[in-house]
Design a protein. Structure first.
Length: 579
């Protein structure tokens, strides 16, 4: 539908919407994994609208049950494609914004249920649309230029990888008519200029380092601005390169500045809104002049937050590196306990994630989770974290993609190896009191650690995990694991539920029954497996809470308090005299 702002007249543009046909917005899995919500794009002249159309018929239906808000249970159902099952059929259509005619469908190759179109935009003021189309395994990405009037499309770019590709978010047309593209084709994540005629791409950001994101293009000055950190994967800084690819990338974030820096750059490249934080410093936002990085004025100093958090930040968070053998070194951080005495022994709590969707060892403000860790350190715990290989740190393609096809296997081995190395090198850590906790993928990692290394981990707190990888969605799980039918051993061995019989320590399993992402079904499947093998455990279910477990008064406070109490009861925080 389109509403004319002046007259208030509303015009219907599509007529086939139904319980299974979705026009102009997204199905569940595209929204969750590709971040697609507004499934439509206005042409620059306002005369046409290109839109995504999903046919979700044939997708398995999942049910969420609300037992508490009404006298009788309310069941909510929605299509959710689990790994290896049927996806929506996807088409891209173009309609006149004034209505009055059928949609013109873009002619893309491939099975519409086994290809993805995660991104689409109009090409400037033209009648062309540019689209990214990925295969189901997400190891190829083709860029198509389509005529909005005829639907005809031609391929202008092809990218591929032996493992997987990420959707390219930083794509736009450069002053010379080339498409800005980001690729790992030569081992590092770099920016390229891709010609329209499908000839080879031209490198813009030379060097043996990764760019993390593109922040802006200064067309007048001829520069590309991007975030990178070539020498320290835990920090984030602003750089610029010449659009012609000549010369060496130039760092603009001042020398000596640590932490994480983010920028919103003005169209002319003269100014930027700059937000910076560190592990012990809440975000501060200011306006800076580029390229000098001179501060024009502070926009938000967050003094109240900094003052409130100061009592928990007396002891700085320490960054370290730990070798785990085979020439592999992992980044980590640790918070020492209150009243630290190196002659004593303290329990160690490891905070984990470990999957390809995120890194945790960054010099950035961590919000309520970081304050939770500070409170636990005040209670007498050493709290630490390491990022294993397979996490998206700026350390090159091989670092990130070494775990393809075996999520949960190498990562849990390296996490356990890091703990053993820390125990060996830091005598103040008590080898008899080691715990792990994590959320979502980190909850899955915690389960894998307790089940695979029961002699090492005495306590685990697992929040909203995926114990069985076949129970998660197509786009995420297949991106890193392939199809279950092609990789049954990988899915089985990487799933914590396969090893649940080995549990020896104290496990707290936490779930929201209204989690539409990692379903409560996961929790029940693991509970059944633990019961079958007569393994004792503790479980907490939060009625109707989603994956974030934050809905309702005091929910998050209750969660953190409950986890802290479980730790204190099963892994006492007091000190022991060193041997």
């Amino acid at each position: 539908w389109v509403e004319d702002i002046d007259s208030g007249r509303i015009t219907r543009l599509t007529s086939d919407g139904s319980a299974t046909i979705i026009n102009g917005t997204s199905d569940w899995v595209y929204e969750e994994e590709f971040g697609l919500r507004d499934g439509f794009r206005w042409s620059p002249d306002g005369q046409k609208i290109a839109f995504w159309r999903f046919d979700s018929s044939g997708i398995g239906i999942f049910s969420l049950i609300n037992d508490t808000d009404t006298l009788y249970p309310v069941v909510t159902t929605y299509p959710y494609p689990k790994a290896g099952t049927t996806n929506s059929a996807l088409k891209i259509g173009v309609v006149a914004a004034a209505g009055g005619g059928p949609a013109r469908w873009i002619e893309l190759p491939g099975d519409p249920r086994n290809t993805y179109v995660p991104r689409m935009e109009w090409v400037g003021a033209s009648n062309e649309i540019v689209l990214q189309q990925m295969n189901r395994l997400q190891n190829t990405n083709d860029v198509w230029l389509a005529d909005a009037s005829t639907g005809k499309a031609r391929r202008m770019l092809h990218d591929e990888d032996r493992a997987w590709l990420d959707v390219v978010e930083s794509w736009q047309w450069l002053p010379g008519g080339e498409l800005l593209w980001v690729s790992e084709k030569h081992g590092w994540r770099h920016a390229y200029a891709a010609p329209r005629d499908a000839t080879p791409m031209r490198l813009i950001t030379p060097g043996e380092f990764d760019i993390l994101s593109v922040e802006g293009v200064d067309e007048r000055g001829g520069y590309l601005y991007f975030i990178a950190s070539p020498l320290d994967a835990t920090r984030r800084y602003l750089y610029r390169s010449r659009l012609d690819g000549r010369g060496t990338p130039e760092r603009l974030t001042p020398p000596g500045a640590k932490g994480t820096h983010a920028y919103k750059i003005s169209g002319d490249g003269r100014f930027a809104i700059h937000t910076h934080s560190a592990a012990d410093k809440p975000p501060v936002t200011d306006l800076v002049r580029l390229p000098s990085h001179e501060v024009v004025r502070v926009l938000e100093d967050n003094k109240a937050l900094a003052a409130a958090a100061a009592p928990l930040s007396v002891r700085p968070l320490e960054f370290f590196q730990v070798g785990i053998g085979g020439g592999v070194t992992l980044d980590g951080w640790i918070i020492r306990p209150k009243g630290f005495d190196p002659s004593k022994k303290y329990p160690l709590l490891m905070y984990v994630y470990g999957e390809p969707a995120g890194v945790e060892v960054t010099d950035a403000w961590k919000g309520d989770r970081g304050l939770f860790h500070r409170a636990l350190a005040d209670a007498g715990y050493a709290v630490a974290c390491v990022d294993n290989r397979g996490t998206p740190a700026p350390k090159g393609r091989e670092w990130r993609k070494i775990i393809y096809g075996e999520i949960g296997v190498l990562a849990s081995q390296e996490q356990a190896a890091a703990v053993r190395a820390l125990l060996a090198s830091r005598p103040y850590l008590d080898a008899d009191r080691v715990a792990s906790w994590g959320w979502s993928g980190g909850g899955s990692m915690t389960l894998n650690l307790l089940f695979r290394s029961p002699e090492l981990y005495k306590v685990g707190l697992s929040v909203a995990p995926v114990p069985d990888q076949t129970l998660y969605d197509t786009i995420y799980q297949e991106r890193y694991m392939g199809l279950p039918i092609d990789n049954p051993d990988g899915f089985r061995d990487g799933s914590p539920i396969t090893h649940a019989r080995n549990l020896e320590g104290n496990l707290l399993l936490v779930y929201g029954t209204g989690d539409d992402n990692c379903h409560y079904q996961n929790c029940e499947a693991l509970v059944n497996e633990l019961i079958e093998h007569d393994r004792p455990f503790t479980m907490m279910a939060y009625p109707n809470r989603t994956h974030g477990i934050h809905e309702g008064k005091n929910t998050r406070k209750h969660l953190y308090t409950m986890m802290a109490r479980f730790l204190e009861e099963n892994l006492p925080p007091g000190t022991n005299a060193a041997e």
